[in-house]
Design a protein around this ligand. Structure first.
Ligand SMILES: [Ca+2]
Ligand SMILES: [Ca+2]
Length: 349
């Protein structure tokens, strides 16, 4: 045990295919999606990371088999020693005056170069990114990305915001993002296959054996073989040719907290505290990645010549290096930054 990690082990349960691990600082807690820190664990041990010093943590483990998830184990607890091992982390509340703000530009780059993905000939415009007041909280700012079209490639533009640093590999990634089914302006045409995203990515080099990507890609108007059905795609890439996708069908219009756990064994995607997909170890990135947001068109309804603008809003983004935080712990982290008036922090080396 260190001041930031506790090693857990338990006895094998007969018939168990895998285990889930739950953590809380509240004794007698009920295991739930929001306090799960691992699922699909096939060994009988787990290293619980991302802990605070001098804190008592409570754990429960469940076994999963073909028949579902077992009742939780007895509660176990341990208290971390005092220590100064601060976890490296990034938090950005997007509290900038505008995208021209030098502190914004130091951390984020706005794409202006053309090319894939998406509709060939569309532009990627820095002016499609702005900082707007949060209608729900006047003290809060949101980063807004827009994609506009008039049905023609030449009349279309996309948006991308990418971290200037490529240093994010193992750990917990999170963002609070608002997806929209209905355009900001103009009519919704289901032939517009719009993609609203939060993702991580290395530099794109065709054939690079260490290329990787972990994506939340929401398509409000369907696409990619899903007809007009709103679909969230959870995709991991290992090289530019090998990928695996998990689909969550249905509208995701509105605010969502998106979390990705990337360990040396697996990648797990959470939407609002619920684990939606776990991808195998070969998809785990070998190199540091960027954090990125995009809104773009994969296809256009070329029969419609009226102007329409699709969009998404990002409230904040967070990363904890080499530490796994449950979605509930991420929420507590964000609340802590805000209560101490931290709008941006980056201690990730
Ligand atoms: Ca890889
Ligand atoms: Ca914010």
């Amino acid at each position: 045990m260190s001041s930031s990690a506790i090693a857990l082990s338990w006895s094998a349960s007969s018939g168990a295919a895998s285990y889930s691990v739950y953590r809380s600082t509240t004794p007698g807690f009920a295991p739930a999606a929001g306090n799960r820190i691992a699922s699909g664990v096939t060994s009988t041990s787990y290293n619980s990371t991302g802990l605070s010093a001098s804190t008592t943590y409570y754990y429960k483990v469940t076994a999963s088999s073909g028949g579902g998830e077992s009742a939780a184990s007895q509660q176990a607890s341990a208290t971390t020693p005092a220590g100064s091992a601060a976890m490296a982390e990034l938090f950005d509340d997007f509290s900038y005056t505008g995208t021209g703000d030098s502190s914004f530009r130091a951390s984020w780059s706005l794409r202006s170069w053309s090319g894939g993905p998406g509709v060939s000939g569309a532009q990627w415009l820095p002016s499609n990114v702005s900082l707007v007041a949060d209608p729900a909280n006047g003290a809060n700012k949101l980063m807004r990305l827009k994609a506009t079209t008039n049905g023609a490639a030449a009349g279309s533009s996309h948006a991308e915001v990418m971290s200037t640093s490529r240093k994010f590999r193992l750990g917990t990634y999170a963002a609070r993002v608002k997806f929209y089914d209905t355009p900001l302006s103009g009519a919704r045409f289901y032939g517009d296959k719009t993609i609203e995203t939060f993702f991580t990515i290395t530099d794109y080099v065709e054939g690079d054996p260490d290329y990787s990507e972990q994506d939340f890609e929401y398509m409000p108007n369907g696409g990619w073989g899903q007809g007009n059905t709103s679909t969230m795609w959870l995709t991991s890439w290992e090289t530019t040719t090998d990928k695996t996708s998990s689909l969550v069908s249905g509208s995701h219009d509105g605010w969502h907290t998106l979390v990705i756990h990337v360990t040396s064994e697996s990648i797990t995607y959470y939407i609002d505290g619920v684990a939606r997909a776990t991808h195998a170890s070969r998809f785990v990135p070998e190199e540091g990645q960027y954090l990125s947001f995009q809104v773009w068109f994969d296809q256009l309804d070329a029969a419609q010549g009226s102007s329409r603008t699709y969009y998404e809003d990002a409230d904040w983004v967070y990363f904890a290096k080499d530490a796994i935080l449950s979605p509930a712990e991420v929420d507590a982290k964000i609340a802590g930054f805000r209560s101490s008036s931290v709008a941006r922090k980056d201690t990730v080396p």
